[in-house]
Design a protein around this ligand. Sequence first.
Ligand SMILES: [Zn+2]
Length: 71
Amino acid sequence: MHVDPAYTSQECSKCHHTERGNRPAQAVFSCRVCGFVEHADHNASHNIAHRGWMAWVCGAQSTAPELTLIA
Ligand SMILES: [Zn+2]
């Protein structure tokens, strides 16, 4: 699976809604759908970690707890 940082920076790590409008400022992530707000870099790193993990296990069912993905 390809991990594209450009889109992870616009993707909500809560509901996975992806929209340019989710980034009202460089350092701010604010989801237009669920209202989730976080520092933009933290939100993107959560998304990248999630996608990277999913790619690493190559489609196998993940049993890892969410806690392992929190930076
Ligand atoms: Zn959201």
